[in-house]
Design a binder for this molecule. Sequence first.
Ligand code: PSV
Ligand code: MN
Ligand code: MN
Length: 389
Amino acid sequence: MSETRARVLAALREQRIETASWAFGNSGTRFKVFAQEGVPRNPYEKIADAATVHRFTGVAPTVALHIPWDKVDDYADLAAYAKERGVALGAINANVFQDDDFKLGSVTHPSPAVRAKALAHLVECVDIMDATGSRDLKLWFSDGTNYPGQDNVRARQDRLASALSAVYDRLGDQQRMLLEYKLFEPAFYMTDVPDWGTAYAHCLSLGDRAQVVIDTGHHAPGTNIEFIVAFLLRAGKLGGFDFNSRFYADDDLMVGAADPFQLFRIMCEIVSADALAPAAGIAFMLDQCHNIEPKIQAVIRSVLNVQEATAKALLVDAAALDAAQRAGDVLEANEVLMDAYQTDVRPMLRELRADMGLDPDPVGAFKRSGYLESVTSARVGGSAAGWGA
Ligand code: PSV
Ligand code: MN
Ligand code: MN
């Protein structure tokens, strides 16, 4: 085996992709939630589905929770259940966007009482992290305004900074805060954390354990996301990704479905900064909703899409690229990148899986396993979970 191939296979074997509990529940748009058979009825069943994704892919050993969608009485018990199933609990996602009190904002709300309620939830999420052993607290705020003049923008930034600092102080030494930005929605005029620059500035003043999370669906069309990746990596402020893909707004479609080339370009930045291995501390998470497609299969497909983009990024001939860049050879540099992108990495990934003791075809193996049929008969009468509940 060539040295390059051995290096690429070793890196792929080490790669870790985190699934999202809410991707297994029924979801939809504001027009309709189409219920599917066999969806989990509770957080335990979501974890069982996530464990199934890991069983067939071998690279998805953690699953993120969303609170209170995944509220249980005993989080240590949930973590123990996950462990029994061969996975661990990952990031804890806070939810300060689905309570009537948060109509005008959560931590940026003009009322101190509402702000206190929001902060209490964020702190509760850190308590949950203590019980689950999770490293990351993921914060996304739907806060913003719909009309010019509705509230004082600078005062809202002050309120945000003060809440973030209180949560940051509550974190344990091994815990991190990942701050997520989003250009718009549900606020239509002004969002309090609209972009990476705002998230970066807050994280910078908080300290080392506050980092930015990039949700690939949260940008204006045409945004060069890989530039943001490169900038944050250089600044030591990239905490992770919420992977998904979008054609229009925040579509939450399978990552790599709408624009596999963009995913490749993002992974190229990761690989060239040597930030792929878990030790580098970047969390590669999925944040998706599967409205019309079968859920577990869609999550498996998403994991494979990330894996394929990563394999291509790992195949970039770094020495040739560097030489072309130094020589100012625009077309040669571009060709080096495109050569890697156009490589069919599927045979190599099948080989990797066989080597890992997995079926080379995770989707086919899942379909043949009978798992979906067995949960469908066991989960009759289940209610929706997560979005659209
Ligand atoms: C908001 O659009 C977001 O991307 C945040 O990460 C939420 O936690 C998540 O979606 C819910 O799916
Ligand atoms: Mn997200
Ligand atoms: Mn989103």
